[in-house]
Design a protein around this ligand. Structure first.
Ligand code: ZN
Ligand code: ZN
Length: 306
């Protein structure tokens, strides 16, 4: 498709790197105009202020449609971190990783451009029960481990979770956690995020789930180059973006949730009155030791049935 010379210069004027053409397909080509090229994402970021003026990204994405392409990622064989036989004890089918390409297709055109992506984790609550909800999620990642303590070990959300009620999830067979959402720089601030959230609920792979959880945070990839203050300002902007998209905090945790139903209590909380973050990953009604002991007891009871 490309007929470029093997080397060309990064379009970040202050960079000057020569870049082999083979990497242009890996996301450093400006998806707004397919013209500007960068050796790496940070170069695109610093150049955007000047490139913006000449980029041909549509000034209104309403001249086309946003489409989602969804695929369920194949599960890797479980790496056995804890030293017991995961094949026997862990049902790997209860957690599915879903990856979604976000595409823009102008009306009247047959070609869609990839303008971002999202990743989600889908938890089959019923299937986690053979091991216990907490332990199955704890085994998966630190992020899901923090998520799991918002729930009791059978799956339901703990009581007193602010605007989120355990009953909200009574009919839910799955929990959905958004772990990544990236919209390419040229396409930001056009309301694409919100349109993506609405479309996510309609994906059949989400099995009619009415809630999407997320832990909004900035990517740590650029952290070495940035001061802690700059990084935390970035995180604050990400949180604000999620709140503007009607996500509201779950208790005082780092997690937020979005209800598809606009009559849900969370939709009547003004953005500036959303619950603050407290430096504890647990609901205020329970201490970390209590949670750990509770989980330990449940775990032992399950592991030693005699
Ligand atoms: Zn560069
Ligand atoms: Zn461009």
């Amino acid at each position: 498709m490309e007929s470029e010379s093997p080397q060309s210069q990064c379009d970040n004027a202050s960079c000057g790197n020569q870049v082999p053409s083979s990497i242009w397909s890996s996301g450093v080509l400006c998806s707004g105009c397919s013209g500007a090229r960068y050796c790496a994402a940070p170069c695109q970021e610093v150049s955007w202020a000047s490139h913006k003026a000449i980029c041909t990204v549509p000034k209104s994405v309403k001249l086309g449609e946003i489409r989602l392409h969804c695929k369920i990622e194949e599960e890797d064989e479980d790496e056995d971190e804890d030293g017991y036989d995961s094949d026997e004890d862990m049902d790997s089918t209860c957690i599915k990783n879903i990856s979604v390409d976000i595409e823009y297709k102008p009306f009247g055109s047959n070609t869609a451009v990839k303008i971002g992506y999202a990743r989600l984790v889908l938890v089959d609550i019923e299937k986690t029960r053979s091991v216990g909800f907490f332990f199955r999620l704890d085994d998966e990642s630190d992020e899901l481990s923090n998520f799991a303590v918002l729930f009791d070990d059978e799956g339901p959300l703990r009581p007193n979770s602010g605007c989120w009620q355990p009953e909200d999830f009574d009919e839910q067979d799955y929990l959905v956690v958004l772990t990544e959402l990236v919209v390419d720089i040229p396409w930001r601030e056009q309301g694409i995020g919100r349109s993506v959230f609405q479309k996510l609920f309609k994906l059949e792979q989400l099995h009619g789930s009415r809630f999407i959880f997320a832990w909004p945070t900035a990517w740590a990839s650029s952290i070495q180059k940035e001061s802690t203050a700059a990084y935390s300002a970035k995180c604050d902007r990400v949180v604000k973006f999620f709140q503007k998209s009607a996500f509201r905090r779950v208790v005082n945790s780092r997690f937020f949730c979005l209800a598809n139903d606009i009559r849900h209590a969370s939709h009547s909380i003004p953005l500036d009155q959303d619950a603050p973050y407290h430096d504890s990953e647990l609901p205020p009604t329970i201490t970390l030791e209590e949670a750990q002991r509770y989980m330990d007891e449940r775990y032992m009871a399950q592991r030693m049935p005699f």
